[in-house]
Design a protein around this ligand. Structure first.
Ligand SMILES: [Zn+2]
Ligand SMILES: [Zn+2]
Ligand SMILES: [Zn+2]
Ligand SMILES: [Zn+2]
Ligand SMILES: [Zn+2]
Length: 471
């Protein structure tokens, strides 16, 4: 019989050999709550069901220990992958195949997933799921609505990143309805929604229980965790700076939804709190342009290069919960909002801004920026048609058309300028670093983007030189 010890599990061939080995007494080990929680969180539901089928003790361990099915990631379930691929060309199938007349669009696109859910419901598993990961699958807004509203679900953290067939407008309606001021107490159960980011890196299939046993699954996952922790660059927003989200279609309308859900449901995006938005703590405290409508923050920033802070206040790890973005991947060992928003390593505070709030005040090369208190870009100089928001002596906000007549505006020196189309707006030191004048033709070039150039000669002169050399 194979030796089964905690330290030497790689050689185990199947679940049965693991659980029948008297020396190991796996059952005793798993009865330790801490051990159990740390193991089951990394096992697919199919392995847990296999474990439960071994004998009565294991069955009661799996079905009667609270929280065994708390975390459920079925994004790689093989049957759903297959159906998702079929659904990709669904419109064609929709037209050509004689389908049941009563089949709704939602039935069609969320059918496979609903089938899995009804199976999990029959096995009394679905009710316990608090973190549900459906990334990349075919997930309709109606299904999300059921997960959020239906009493048979207890989902607190839901991940629907890069899902197919999702109507974002309908999902926003569901969320705004769930967070309406007149909502019943204790609702919604959902506390966190991952919808903006990219799904986590491809994982090995967690389906096919007949070909994968608990021990090999465990090995695979710990290896993956180790690899990712070794390659870990730190958490988005906290340890990485620059653009955190790529603006996608369907982004319109999400900012108002985030504001309506603020403090109730957290997202893997946050609102920009630049002074020009009415949701900003700094709104009205300084002249600002724009309509004041909320917008989603795209960029994570260090403090302002000029004053070392930001007008709206930097976002702190221990600060107001509603300002914190959900961090990827969704936490495995806990379904709490705190776990989903706490960076893994100690992190400095950051500022989060939308594109408009950084216009003309942000270097795309080194992510430095200058806040509204420290700097007004020349392009922002007030003219006759601009709206100015300011507080009067009584602290009352006034919005007025600013008349520039009689006001002499000294054009400030620009902190960022565009020397290279690809580099975009850059600060002086980045420009010094990347832009050169060719010693041969005197033309300007960028050492990052003019492929084939040298530190002294532009790409054109360099290639011409080579050509001449070969003659
Ligand atoms: Zn500043
Ligand atoms: Zn903004
Ligand atoms: Zn720079
Ligand atoms: Zn460049
Ligand atoms: Zn040249």
């Amino acid at each position: 019989m194979l030796e089964a010890t905690v330290a030497n599990h790689p050689t185990l061939s199947d679940t049965t050999s693991l659980v029948h080995n008297d020396d190991t007494n796996l059952l005793d080990l798993l009865l330790n709550r801490l051990v159990l929680e740390n193991i089951v969180a990394y096992l697919p539901v199919s392995s847990l069901l296999n474990l439960a089928s071994v004998n009565r003790e294991y069955r009661s361990l799996v079905y009667e220990s609270p929280g065994i099915f708390r975390y459920l990631d079925i994004s790689k379930l093989r049957t759903l992958q297959f159906d998702a691929a079929k659904i990709d060309c669904g419109s064609q199938v929709w037209r050509n195949v004689q389908l049941d007349e009563n089949l709704t669009e939602d039935d069609f696109y969320s059918g496979p997933l609903r089938g899995v859910f009804s199976c999990l419901l029959r096995k009394n598993i679905l009710q316990d799921v608090q973190t549900l990961v459906l990334d990349g699958l075919s997930v309709t807004a109606e299904l999300c609505n059921d997960i959020i509203q239906d009493a048979c679900y207890s989902v607190q953290i839901l991940s629907v990143r890069e899902v197919k067939s999702l109507n974002h407008g309908k999902l926003r309606q569901t969320l705004q309805f769930a967070c309406r001021p007149s909502r019943p107490e204790g609702t919604p159960r959902l506390k966190a929604l991952y919808v903006f980011g990219s799904k986590d890196m491809a994982k090995p299939s967690v389906d096919a229980p007949e070909r994968r046993n608990i021990s090999s699954e465990w090995n695979h996952k710990s290896q993956r965790a180790l690899t990712s922790s070794l390659a870990n660059e730190g958490d988005a927003w906290w340890h990485q700076k620059g653009a955190m989200l790529s603006p996608k279609r369907d982004m319109d309308g999400w900012a108002a939804c985030l504001l309506a859900c603020q403090g109730i449901i957290a997202f893997d995006a946050i609102l920009c709190e630049g002074p020009r938005h009415y949701n900003s703590p700094a709104f009205g405290q300084m002249p600002a342009q724009g309509s004041g409508e909320p917008e989603i923050a795209i960029f994570a920033l260090y403090a302002c290069e000029g004053c070392g802070k930001s007008p709206e206040g930097m976002i702190e790890a221990r600060g107001a919960q509603h300002r914190l973005p959900l961090l990827s991947p969704p936490p495995i060992l806990s379904s709490s909002l705190r776990a989903a928003t706490t960076p893994m390593q100690p992190a400095q505070s950051f500022a989060a801004r939308c594109k408009q709030c950084l216009h003309g005040r942000f270097c795309m090369g080194c992510n430095k920026w200058w806040c509204e208190s420290c700097y007004t870009p020349p392009s922002h100089s007030v003219n006759q048609t601009e709206t100015v928001v300011a507080l009067d002596d009584d602290g009352v906000m006034t919005v007025s058309e600013y008349s520039g007549s009689g006001v002499s505006i000294v054009k400030p020196k620009a902190m960022v300028t565009k020397s290279c189309w690809e580099c975009g707006q850059n600060c002086e030191s980045c420009i010094d670093h990347t832009q050169r004048m060719c010693r041969c033709c005197g033309g300007g070039y960028c050492i990052t983007h003019n492929e084939g150039c040298t530190l002294s000669h532009c790409d054109w002169c360099t290639s011409r030189g080579r050509g001449l050399g070969r003659l």
